[in-house]
Ligand binder design. Structure first.
Ligand code: ADP
Length: 260
């Protein structure tokens, strides 16, 4: 009997060690996947805008547009848009690095939420226009104050609004609503665009991951925006979530405590 007890103990310890090894293998595998996604996203997101900037500068240098200032300005605009895209990539990477090393700092202040949303809607207006999308937002009649880091919250709202625009079809409307009840404030960004397939939650909020399909990939992006937004919302004692129907549209909701 004693022998069988010893044997069983050894057998159980062996199983535990095997479990630990499997766990470790999964962790290494996951880290490896994030690394290869990082390399492929970053190289694509660097290469595409750089190619475009080089092309624009090359065209201007030939002098072909010396007598056509309108065309020359259009080419410069393309180059500038692409350099903005490069800065956005670098900012996302720096934010990710700060989040992962616990060095993201927040500057909390009293924020007039409906006014901040109006600012974000306005600042994304010309981007939405280029996609032929109208953003509808009617501020609520009553004030809603929250404690938040203005720039970080701006970043979350910009991300939700620009995704809603990017994944809508020309001529569609994006609706933004804000409300407060039971000590919580809630912002909804609803689009009527391509929607998100079921079971994609991990990809939507994951690092460097996008819901894979060619028409989404064509919008570029790093797959970092919502991952960063989720961390920012947690730091605000809030949450971020979505509901979606493929082909019919998506509603992202953020929610946080109101200021008493
Ligand atoms: P990015 O937009 O830079 O790829 P995000 O983290 O903001 O990264 O979004 C991750 C992915 O989630 C997007 O690539 C897209 O596949 C999906 N997604 C986000 N918002 C929407 C939306 N409103 N409609 C459809 N798909 C969306």
């Amino acid at each position: 009997i004693e022998c069988s007890v010893i044997f069983l103990r050894l057998y159980r310890r062996g199983l535990d060690q095997l479990d630990e090894l499997r766990h470790e293998r999964d962790r290494v595998q996951a880290a490896y996947e994030v690394k290869s996604q990082f390399v492929s996203v970053v190289s694509h997101e660097l290469r595409t805008p750089l190619t475009s900037i080089n092309g624009a500068l090359g065209l201007l240098r030939t002098g072909a547009y010396d007598n056509d200032p309108v065309k020359a300005r259009n080419i410069l605009e393309i180059a500038q848009k692409n350099s903005v895209r490069l800065s956005a990539l670098i900012n996302d990477l720096l934010d990710l690095q700060k989040l992962e090393s616990g060095q993201m700092s927040y500057d909390f202040d009293e924020i007039d939420l409906p006014a901040l949303i109006a600012e974000c809607v306005e600042s994304i207006g010309s981007f939405a226009q280029t996609y032929g999308i109208e953003i509808a937002y009617t501020p609520p009649p009553a004030d809603i104050f929250i404690r938040a880091d203005r720039d970080r919250l701006h970043q979350v709202l910009d991300n939700l609004l620009s995704n809603a625009v990017k994944f809508s079809r020309r001529g569609e409307r994006v609706e933004v609503r804000v409300s407060a009840a039971g000590g919580r404030a809630r912002v909804e960004v609803q689009d009527h665009g391509i929607g998100i397939p079921p079971d994609s939650r991990e990809k939507v909020f994951g690092k460097f991951t996008q819901v894979d399909s060619s028409d989404r990939r064509s919008h570029g992006g790093t797959g970092l925006g919502l991952c960063i937004a989720q961390e920012i919302m947690t730091a605000h004692r809030g949450s971020i979530d979505y509901t979606s129907k493929l082909g019919e549209g998506t509603t992202f909701t953020i929610d946080f405590p109101t200021k008493d």
